[in-house]
Design a binder for this molecule. Structure first.
Ligand code: NAD
Ligand code: UDP
Length: 313
Protein backbone atom coordinates (compact mmCIF):
# COMPACT_ATOMS: atom_id res chain seq x y z
CA UNK A 1 0.00 0.00 0.00
CA UNK A 2 1.28 3.45 -0.96
CA UNK A 3 0.22 6.94 0.05
CA UNK A 4 -0.56 8.80 -3.15
CA UNK A 5 -1.36 12.45 -3.88
CA UNK A 6 -3.51 13.18 -6.94
CA UNK A 7 -3.70 16.87 -7.82
CA UNK A 8 -6.76 17.64 -9.95
CA UNK A 9 -8.27 14.48 -8.45
CA UNK A 10 -11.86 15.80 -8.55
CA UNK A 11 -11.70 16.36 -12.31
CA UNK A 12 -12.66 14.03 -15.11
CA UNK A 13 -9.51 11.85 -15.38
CA UNK A 14 -8.43 12.47 -11.77
CA UNK A 15 -11.67 11.06 -10.31
CA UNK A 16 -11.25 7.79 -12.24
CA UNK A 17 -7.61 7.62 -11.19
CA UNK A 18 -8.43 8.14 -7.48
CA UNK A 19 -11.06 5.37 -7.68
CA UNK A 20 -8.67 2.92 -9.34
CA UNK A 21 -5.83 3.66 -6.91
CA UNK A 22 -8.18 3.03 -3.97
CA UNK A 23 -9.35 -0.24 -5.55
CA UNK A 24 -5.71 -1.28 -5.66
CA UNK A 25 -5.52 -0.79 -1.88
CA UNK A 26 -3.67 2.52 -1.71
CA UNK A 27 -4.26 5.61 0.43
CA UNK A 28 -5.26 8.53 -1.76
CA UNK A 29 -5.14 12.26 -1.06
CA UNK A 30 -7.02 14.28 -3.68
CA UNK A 31 -6.06 17.97 -3.86
CA UNK A 32 -8.24 20.14 -6.07
CA UNK A 33 -9.42 23.76 -6.15
CA UNK A 34 -12.68 22.66 -7.84
CA UNK A 35 -12.28 25.09 -10.75
CA UNK A 36 -13.45 22.54 -13.34
CA UNK A 37 -13.71 19.51 -11.07
CA UNK A 38 -16.54 18.78 -8.67
CA UNK A 39 -16.96 17.03 -5.35
CA UNK A 40 -19.73 14.99 -7.00
CA UNK A 41 -17.06 13.21 -9.07
CA UNK A 42 -15.51 11.84 -5.87
CA UNK A 43 -18.53 11.73 -3.55
CA UNK A 44 -18.70 7.92 -3.64
CA UNK A 45 -15.06 7.79 -2.49
CA UNK A 46 -15.58 10.06 0.52
CA UNK A 47 -16.80 7.19 2.76
CA UNK A 48 -13.57 5.28 2.18
CA UNK A 49 -11.24 5.82 5.16
CA UNK A 50 -8.25 5.57 2.78
CA UNK A 51 -9.49 8.61 0.80
CA UNK A 52 -9.03 12.26 1.74
CA UNK A 53 -10.14 15.38 -0.15
CA UNK A 54 -8.31 18.69 0.32
CA UNK A 55 -9.51 21.88 -1.31
CA UNK A 56 -6.18 23.25 -2.41
CA UNK A 57 -4.84 25.40 -5.23
CA UNK A 58 -1.54 24.07 -6.57
CA UNK A 59 -0.17 27.55 -7.09
CA UNK A 60 0.22 27.47 -3.30
CA UNK A 61 2.72 25.21 -1.55
CA UNK A 62 1.56 21.93 -0.08
CA UNK A 63 3.29 19.66 2.40
CA UNK A 64 1.99 16.11 2.73
CA UNK A 65 3.96 12.92 3.32
CA UNK A 66 3.40 10.78 0.23
CA UNK A 67 5.19 8.12 -1.83
CA UNK A 68 3.82 9.14 -5.21
CA UNK A 69 2.35 12.28 -6.80
CA UNK A 70 0.19 12.38 -9.92
CA UNK A 71 0.13 16.03 -11.06
CA UNK A 72 -3.12 16.47 -13.00
CA UNK A 73 -4.26 19.87 -11.74
CA UNK A 74 -4.98 22.07 -14.76
CA UNK A 75 -8.11 22.86 -16.75
CA UNK A 76 -7.97 20.81 -19.96
CA UNK A 77 -10.84 22.02 -22.12
CA UNK A 78 -9.97 24.95 -24.42
CA UNK A 79 -13.07 26.82 -23.19
CA UNK A 80 -11.97 26.52 -19.57
CA UNK A 81 -8.24 27.05 -19.98
CA UNK A 82 -8.88 30.19 -22.03
CA UNK A 83 -11.32 31.59 -19.42
CA UNK A 84 -8.43 32.87 -17.29
CA UNK A 85 -5.29 32.23 -19.35
CA UNK A 86 -2.93 33.88 -16.86
CA UNK A 87 -4.18 31.54 -14.14
CA UNK A 88 -3.84 28.55 -16.50
CA UNK A 89 -0.19 29.33 -17.13
CA UNK A 90 0.44 29.82 -13.40
CA UNK A 91 -1.31 26.55 -12.62
CA UNK A 92 0.89 24.66 -15.07
CA UNK A 93 4.20 26.25 -14.18
CA UNK A 94 3.92 27.30 -10.52
CA UNK A 95 1.78 24.23 -9.81
CA UNK A 96 4.42 21.93 -11.32
CA UNK A 97 7.16 23.79 -9.47
CA UNK A 98 5.35 23.39 -6.12
CA UNK A 99 4.63 19.69 -6.68
CA UNK A 100 8.24 19.06 -7.74
CA UNK A 101 9.48 20.83 -4.60
CA UNK A 102 7.16 18.61 -2.56
CA UNK A 103 8.41 15.45 -4.32
CA UNK A 104 11.98 16.57 -3.67
CA UNK A 105 11.28 17.24 0.02
CA UNK A 106 9.53 13.93 0.75
CA UNK A 107 11.44 11.79 -1.81
CA UNK A 108 8.32 10.91 -3.76
CA UNK A 109 8.08 9.73 -7.34
CA UNK A 110 6.17 12.25 -9.43
CA UNK A 111 4.20 11.93 -12.66
CA UNK A 112 3.24 14.87 -14.86
CA UNK A 113 0.06 14.80 -16.95
CA UNK A 114 1.39 16.47 -20.05
CA UNK A 115 -0.48 16.60 -23.31
CA UNK A 116 -0.46 16.05 -27.05
CA UNK A 117 -0.95 19.85 -27.20
CA UNK A 118 2.80 20.20 -26.76
CA UNK A 119 3.00 19.05 -30.41
CA UNK A 120 0.81 22.06 -31.39
CA UNK A 121 -0.46 21.87 -34.98
CA UNK A 122 1.86 18.98 -35.86
CA UNK A 123 3.82 18.82 -39.08
CA UNK A 124 4.85 15.22 -38.35
CA UNK A 125 2.06 12.65 -38.45
CA UNK A 126 1.50 10.49 -36.44
CA UNK A 127 3.36 12.11 -33.55
CA UNK A 128 6.33 10.28 -31.98
CA UNK A 129 7.80 11.45 -28.65
CA UNK A 130 10.94 12.71 -30.47
CA UNK A 131 8.91 15.36 -32.33
CA UNK A 132 9.44 18.84 -30.80
CA UNK A 133 6.17 20.26 -32.05
CA UNK A 134 4.82 23.29 -33.86
CA UNK A 135 3.38 25.61 -31.21
CA UNK A 136 2.35 29.26 -31.48
CA UNK A 137 3.91 30.93 -28.39
CA UNK A 138 1.50 33.91 -28.37
CA UNK A 139 -1.86 32.52 -29.48
CA UNK A 140 -5.03 31.82 -27.50
CA UNK A 141 -4.01 28.19 -26.85
CA UNK A 142 -0.48 29.15 -25.75
CA UNK A 143 -1.35 29.50 -22.06
CA UNK A 144 -2.06 25.77 -22.04
CA UNK A 145 0.44 24.51 -24.64
CA UNK A 146 3.40 26.57 -23.45
CA UNK A 147 2.46 26.04 -19.81
CA UNK A 148 2.58 22.29 -20.31
CA UNK A 149 5.81 22.56 -22.30
CA UNK A 150 7.45 24.62 -19.53
CA UNK A 151 6.19 22.12 -16.95
CA UNK A 152 7.94 19.31 -18.88
CA UNK A 153 11.12 21.42 -18.84
CA UNK A 154 10.86 21.87 -15.07
CA UNK A 155 10.36 18.14 -14.60
CA UNK A 156 13.45 17.28 -16.64
CA UNK A 157 15.57 19.98 -14.98
CA UNK A 158 14.61 18.69 -11.51
CA UNK A 159 15.55 15.21 -12.73
CA UNK A 160 18.94 16.30 -14.10
CA UNK A 161 19.73 18.76 -11.29
CA UNK A 162 18.36 16.97 -8.21
CA UNK A 163 18.05 13.38 -9.44
CA UNK A 164 14.27 13.48 -8.91
CA UNK A 165 12.36 10.32 -9.88
CA UNK A 166 10.10 11.74 -12.62
CA UNK A 167 7.60 10.31 -15.09
CA UNK A 168 6.12 12.36 -17.93
CA UNK A 169 3.13 11.21 -19.99
CA UNK A 170 1.65 13.02 -22.98
CA UNK A 171 -2.07 12.36 -22.95
CA UNK A 172 -4.04 12.44 -26.22
CA UNK A 173 -7.76 13.32 -26.31
CA UNK A 174 -9.47 11.28 -23.60
CA UNK A 175 -13.21 10.97 -22.99
CA UNK A 176 -15.70 9.12 -20.81
CA UNK A 177 -18.06 9.41 -17.83
CA UNK A 178 -17.46 12.27 -15.35
CA UNK A 179 -16.72 14.78 -18.11
CA UNK A 180 -18.70 17.83 -17.16
CA UNK A 181 -21.78 18.61 -19.23
CA UNK A 182 -20.52 22.12 -20.02
CA UNK A 183 -16.93 21.01 -20.48
CA UNK A 184 -16.85 22.32 -24.05
CA UNK A 185 -14.77 19.46 -25.48
CA UNK A 186 -15.98 17.75 -28.58
CA UNK A 187 -17.14 14.36 -27.26
CA UNK A 188 -19.22 15.79 -24.41
CA UNK A 189 -20.56 18.60 -26.61
CA UNK A 190 -21.72 16.24 -29.38
CA UNK A 191 -23.30 13.71 -26.99
CA UNK A 192 -25.13 16.33 -24.94
CA UNK A 193 -26.34 18.09 -28.11
CA UNK A 194 -27.50 14.79 -29.62
CA UNK A 195 -29.35 13.73 -26.46
CA UNK A 196 -31.06 17.11 -26.16
CA UNK A 197 -31.96 17.12 -29.88
CA UNK A 198 -29.97 20.33 -30.39
CA UNK A 199 -27.81 21.13 -33.41
CA UNK A 200 -24.42 19.40 -33.43
CA UNK A 201 -21.77 22.10 -33.74
CA UNK A 202 -18.83 21.20 -35.94
CA UNK A 203 -16.07 23.82 -35.87
CA UNK A 204 -14.56 24.34 -39.33
CA UNK A 205 -15.43 21.85 -42.07
CA UNK A 206 -15.06 18.81 -39.80
CA UNK A 207 -12.06 17.39 -41.65
CA UNK A 208 -9.69 17.95 -38.70
CA UNK A 209 -8.77 14.73 -36.90
CA UNK A 210 -8.35 13.56 -33.33
CA UNK A 211 -7.63 10.14 -31.77
CA UNK A 212 -9.89 9.38 -28.81
CA UNK A 213 -8.87 7.27 -25.82
CA UNK A 214 -11.42 5.89 -23.36
CA UNK A 215 -10.71 7.00 -19.80
CA UNK A 216 -10.31 3.47 -18.31
CA UNK A 217 -7.53 2.71 -20.80
CA UNK A 218 -5.84 6.02 -20.03
CA UNK A 219 -5.95 5.47 -16.26
CA UNK A 220 -4.37 2.02 -16.71
CA UNK A 221 -1.63 3.70 -18.75
CA UNK A 222 -1.02 6.34 -16.08
CA UNK A 223 -0.62 3.68 -13.39
CA UNK A 224 1.63 1.52 -15.63
CA UNK A 225 3.84 4.56 -16.18
CA UNK A 226 3.97 5.49 -12.49
CA UNK A 227 4.96 1.91 -11.62
CA UNK A 228 7.45 1.53 -14.50
CA UNK A 229 11.14 0.81 -13.98
CA UNK A 230 13.24 3.48 -12.23
CA UNK A 231 15.08 5.60 -14.75
CA UNK A 232 12.38 5.42 -17.40
CA UNK A 233 11.27 9.04 -17.36
CA UNK A 234 9.36 9.27 -20.63
CA UNK A 235 7.99 11.41 -22.11
CA UNK A 236 5.65 8.72 -23.33
CA UNK A 237 2.53 9.15 -25.45
CA UNK A 238 -0.70 7.67 -24.06
CA UNK A 239 -3.62 7.60 -26.46
CA UNK A 240 -5.61 5.54 -28.88
CA UNK A 241 -4.01 5.59 -32.34
CA UNK A 242 -7.33 5.19 -34.20
CA UNK A 243 -7.88 8.53 -35.91
CA UNK A 244 -11.27 10.10 -36.80
CA UNK A 245 -12.43 13.33 -38.42
CA UNK A 246 -14.85 15.45 -36.40
CA UNK A 247 -17.48 14.82 -39.06
CA UNK A 248 -17.06 11.04 -38.56
CA UNK A 249 -17.38 11.55 -34.81
CA UNK A 250 -20.57 13.59 -35.22
CA UNK A 251 -22.09 10.91 -37.45
CA UNK A 252 -21.16 8.16 -34.99
CA UNK A 253 -22.74 10.04 -32.08
CA UNK A 254 -25.93 10.66 -34.09
CA UNK A 255 -26.05 6.97 -35.03
CA UNK A 256 -25.44 5.66 -31.51
CA UNK A 257 -27.95 8.01 -29.85
CA UNK A 258 -30.56 7.69 -32.62
CA UNK A 259 -30.81 11.46 -32.45
CA UNK A 260 -32.62 13.68 -34.94
CA UNK A 261 -30.09 16.47 -34.40
CA UNK A 262 -28.75 18.27 -37.46
CA UNK A 263 -25.09 19.02 -38.05
CA UNK A 264 -24.26 22.73 -38.26
CA UNK A 265 -20.92 24.33 -39.03
CA UNK A 266 -19.28 27.09 -36.94
CA UNK A 267 -15.98 28.97 -37.26
CA UNK A 268 -12.82 27.01 -36.53
CA UNK A 269 -11.16 28.46 -33.40
CA UNK A 270 -7.71 30.04 -33.76
CA UNK A 271 -4.75 27.60 -33.88
CA UNK A 272 -7.03 24.54 -33.76
CA UNK A 273 -4.73 21.61 -34.69
CA UNK A 274 -5.70 19.97 -38.00
CA UNK A 275 -4.53 16.46 -37.14
CA UNK A 276 -3.54 14.44 -34.12
CA UNK A 277 -2.65 10.78 -33.72
CA UNK A 278 -0.15 9.25 -31.30
CA UNK A 279 2.66 6.86 -32.06
CA UNK A 280 2.42 4.47 -29.12
CA UNK A 281 5.34 2.11 -29.82
CA UNK A 282 7.19 3.38 -26.74
CA UNK A 283 4.23 2.74 -24.40
CA UNK A 284 3.78 -0.72 -25.94
CA UNK A 285 7.45 -1.59 -25.47
CA UNK A 286 8.16 -0.03 -22.06
CA UNK A 287 4.77 -0.30 -20.36
CA UNK A 288 3.23 -3.22 -22.28
CA UNK A 289 0.24 -0.92 -22.58
CA UNK A 290 -2.17 -0.28 -25.39
CA UNK A 291 -5.81 0.80 -25.45
CA UNK A 292 -8.48 -1.89 -25.51
CA UNK A 293 -11.75 0.09 -25.69
CA UNK A 294 -12.64 1.11 -29.22
CA UNK A 295 -14.53 4.32 -29.98
CA UNK A 296 -18.01 2.82 -30.51
CA UNK A 297 -17.89 0.98 -27.19
CA UNK A 298 -16.45 3.97 -25.31
CA UNK A 299 -19.06 6.28 -26.81
CA UNK A 300 -21.87 3.90 -25.78
CA UNK A 301 -20.65 3.94 -22.17
CA UNK A 302 -20.29 7.74 -22.23
CA UNK A 303 -23.76 8.17 -23.76
CA UNK A 304 -25.22 6.04 -20.92
CA UNK A 305 -23.54 8.34 -18.40
CA UNK A 306 -24.89 11.52 -19.99
CA UNK A 307 -28.38 9.98 -20.32
CA UNK A 308 -28.41 9.56 -16.53
CA UNK A 309 -27.06 13.08 -16.00
CA UNK A 310 -29.71 14.54 -18.31
CA UNK A 311 -32.42 12.13 -17.11
CA UNK A 312 -33.33 11.02 -20.66
CA UNK A 313 -34.08 7.46 -21.81
P1 NAD B 1 -10.55 18.48 -15.82
O1 NAD B 1 -10.69 19.93 -16.11
O2 NAD B 1 -11.77 17.66 -15.70
O3 NAD B 1 -9.67 18.24 -14.52
C1 NAD B 1 -8.70 19.12 -14.06
C2 NAD B 1 -8.82 19.23 -12.54
O4 NAD B 1 -7.80 20.11 -12.05
C3 NAD B 1 -10.15 19.80 -12.08
O5 NAD B 1 -10.68 19.01 -11.05
C4 NAD B 1 -9.81 21.21 -11.62
O6 NAD B 1 -10.70 21.69 -10.64
C5 NAD B 1 -8.40 21.00 -11.12
N1 NAD B 1 -7.60 22.24 -11.09
C6 NAD B 1 -7.48 23.17 -12.07
N2 NAD B 1 -6.66 24.16 -11.68
C7 NAD B 1 -6.24 23.83 -10.42
C8 NAD B 1 -5.40 24.46 -9.48
N3 NAD B 1 -4.79 25.64 -9.74
N4 NAD B 1 -5.19 23.85 -8.28
C9 NAD B 1 -5.81 22.68 -8.00
N5 NAD B 1 -6.63 22.05 -8.85
C10 NAD B 1 -6.84 22.62 -10.06
O7 NAD B 1 -9.60 17.92 -16.98
P2 NAD B 1 -9.09 16.43 -17.29
O8 NAD B 1 -9.51 16.11 -18.66
O9 NAD B 1 -9.46 15.50 -16.18
O10 NAD B 1 -7.52 16.65 -17.31
C11 NAD B 1 -6.68 16.23 -16.23
C12 NAD B 1 -5.23 16.46 -16.63
O11 NAD B 1 -4.91 15.70 -17.80
C13 NAD B 1 -4.91 17.92 -16.96
O12 NAD B 1 -3.63 18.24 -16.46
C14 NAD B 1 -4.89 17.93 -18.47
O13 NAD B 1 -4.04 18.93 -18.97
C15 NAD B 1 -4.37 16.53 -18.78
N6 NAD B 1 -4.82 16.12 -20.14
C16 NAD B 1 -6.12 15.75 -20.37
C17 NAD B 1 -6.50 15.39 -21.65
C18 NAD B 1 -7.89 14.94 -21.97
O14 NAD B 1 -8.19 14.69 -23.15
N7 NAD B 1 -8.79 14.79 -21.04
C19 NAD B 1 -5.57 15.41 -22.69
C20 NAD B 1 -4.27 15.83 -22.42
C21 NAD B 1 -3.89 16.16 -21.13
N1 UDP C 1 -14.92 20.78 -31.84
C1 UDP C 1 -16.07 20.82 -32.63
N2 UDP C 1 -17.26 21.07 -32.02
C2 UDP C 1 -17.37 21.27 -30.67
C3 UDP C 1 -16.21 21.20 -29.89
C4 UDP C 1 -15.00 20.97 -30.50
O1 UDP C 1 -16.02 20.62 -33.86
O2 UDP C 1 -18.52 21.48 -30.21
C5 UDP C 1 -13.64 20.47 -32.51
C6 UDP C 1 -12.51 21.40 -32.14
O3 UDP C 1 -12.51 22.55 -32.97
C7 UDP C 1 -11.30 20.50 -32.38
C8 UDP C 1 -11.82 19.10 -32.04
O4 UDP C 1 -13.24 19.19 -32.08
O5 UDP C 1 -10.95 20.53 -33.75
C9 UDP C 1 -11.39 18.65 -30.65
O6 UDP C 1 -11.71 19.68 -29.75
P1 UDP C 1 -11.55 19.53 -28.17
O7 UDP C 1 -11.84 20.86 -27.58
O8 UDP C 1 -12.33 18.37 -27.68
O9 UDP C 1 -10.01 19.14 -27.93
P2 UDP C 1 -8.62 19.70 -28.50
O10 UDP C 1 -8.88 20.74 -29.55
O11 UDP C 1 -7.94 20.26 -27.31
O12 UDP C 1 -7.97 18.50 -29.07
Amino acid sequence: MKRILVTGGAGFIGSHLCKKLLEKGNEVICADNLFTGTKRNVEKLLDNHRFEFIRHDVIRELLVEVDQIYNLACPASPVHYQYNPVKTLKTSIIGASNMLALADAVHARILQASTSEIYGNPKVHPQPEEYWGNVNPIGVRSCYDEGKRAAETLFFDYHRQNGLDIKVVRIFNTYGPNMSMNDGRVVSNFIVQALKGEDITIYGDGSQTRSFCYVDDLVDGLICMMDSRKGFTGPVNLGNPKEFTMLELAEKVIGLTGSKSKIVYRNLPQDDPMQRKPRIDLAQKELHWEPTVMLDEGLKRTIEYFKKELRVN
